[in-house]
Design a binder for this molecule. Structure first.
Ligand code: ZN
Length: 387
């Protein structure tokens, strides 16, 4: 982006700067914002890319005393004789028009979302390629954000592969189940996942107020007798629920449900949380599904008359997830790693036969979306600079 300044002037009694760009567009910048964002070494610590200037020092009614410009920058003198310089590209990027703000927010947060159902073509990349090659790693994390799941193939059949992915991202998300955890049939299981039973659609760990954003699941050993994986695009199911049954959607997106998880693993734990099963942002967009029937508490903090309608709504939601047009079924093979958005997808598995020895073994781990998104932004920059 290179845009030259055609003209810069002060409006609104010195409280606003207008820039007319060479391409004919215009932008407006409040004086208070310009003063707050002065990029000089007194006001901004470039080594930290952080503001030094304090709100305590800011005159919120400040005006521009003097303004000059050339094609590449504007120069502002403040009433105190403090002096600020702003580059054209820097200003253009931060234009307050709705269009410019939307463009910048898209670049920052990768909001593109591809909904899917049973027709999903599971995005698949090579495990070693993702570890070694930035372009492949960028494909991995951008697809993970957009589609919600990526399968990596060609990992070993030994523990330790999800830790390598964690290091590729930055670091993993430690929970009470450890840095990584082993999904296999266990005596006196401290989690329903550690049995041979069917797991119906769930998100992991809604018992935490900040549930893991991304899940990594590596298949080390797979049984022949069942243990198939099922996934569903929770955001897509929510769209359908909102359209077909707005009352159920309204209940699930407004009722706080208690979750609990009590036991011992990495250390002893007694975890409680409250979540809306369908979590919306302030624009009414679904941002997270919080649902695990196993850890949904017997304690339910709602007035008695709301109990049965809640169950009716939940049943509608679960029935929709189980429709064959929505769910995608596959089987993991040893050396496969699935990486998926645990805020968006619900996952499950079919039961399998318990034997005298372990017939199925997955190693899992979690990562935080903030850490994954950070790596995604850095990978985009390194991939785009190369091309
Ligand atoms: Zn300054």
């Amino acid at each position: 982006m290179h845009c030259a300044i055609q003209k810069a002037e002060v409006l609104d009694g010195a409280h606003l700067m207008q820039i007319l760009w060479q391409d004919g567009t215009e932008s407006f910048y409040p004086a208070v914002w310009l003063r707050d964002n002065c990029q000089c070494p007194h006001c901004y610590l470039d080594s930290a890319k952080a503001r030094k200037f304090l709100v305590e020092s800011l005159d919120v009614n400040i005006g521009i005393k003097d303004l000059s410009f050339d094609r590449k920058r504007v120069l502002i003198t403040w009433p105190s004789e403090h002096y600020s310089e702003f580059e054209a590209d820097w200003l253009k990027k931060r234009c307050f028009s709705q269009q410019a703000r939307e463009k910048l927010q898209r670049e920052l947060f990768f909001p593109e979302c591809q909904y899917w159902g049973s027709e999903l073509q599971l995005p698949t990349l090579d495990f070693e390629d993702v570890l070694k090659n930035d372009e492949q790693a960028y494909k991995w994390l951008s697809s993970l954000k957009r589609v919600g799941i990526v399968r990596l193939t060609g990992a070993s059949n030994k523990r330790g592969e999800v830790v390598k992915l964690g290091k590729r991202i930055g670091f993993l998300y430690l929970t009470f189940y450890g840095h990584t955890w082993q999904v296999q049939d266990k005596i006196d299981a401290n989690n329903v996942a550690y049995t041979t039973g069917k797991l119906s659609f769930h998100t992991d760990y809604p018992a935490l107020h900040h549930p893991p954003g991304v899940q990594l699941l590596h298949c080390i050993k797979q049984t022949v007798t069942g243990g198939d994986s099922e996934i569903v695009d929770g955001f897509n199911v929510c769209r359908q629920l909102q359209e077909k049954n707005p009352r159920a959607f309204q209940i699930l997106s407004s009722t706080f449900v208690d979750f609990t998880d009590i036991g011992v693993d990495y250390c002893d734990f007694s975890v409680q949380s409250k979540h809306k099963i369908i979590e919306l942002d302030d624009k009414g967009q679904v941002i997270r599904i919080n649902f695990n029937n196993a850890t949904r508490d017997t304690i339910f903090d709602v007035p008695v008359e709301k109990v049965q309608p809640f169950y009716a709504a939940l049943k509608e939601f679960v029935d929709l997830m189980n429709c064959k047009e929505f769910k995608f079924t596959f089987k993991m093979n040893p050396g496969d790693v699935i990486t998926f958005d645990n805020w968006r997808l619900l996952h499950g598995r079919s039961s399998y036969e318990a034997g005298t020895e372990i017939s199925r073994h997955l190693e899992g781990a979690y990562a935080d979306w903030d850490v994954v998104m950070s790596r995604l932004r850095i990978l985009r920059r390194s991939v785009q600079n190369r091309n």
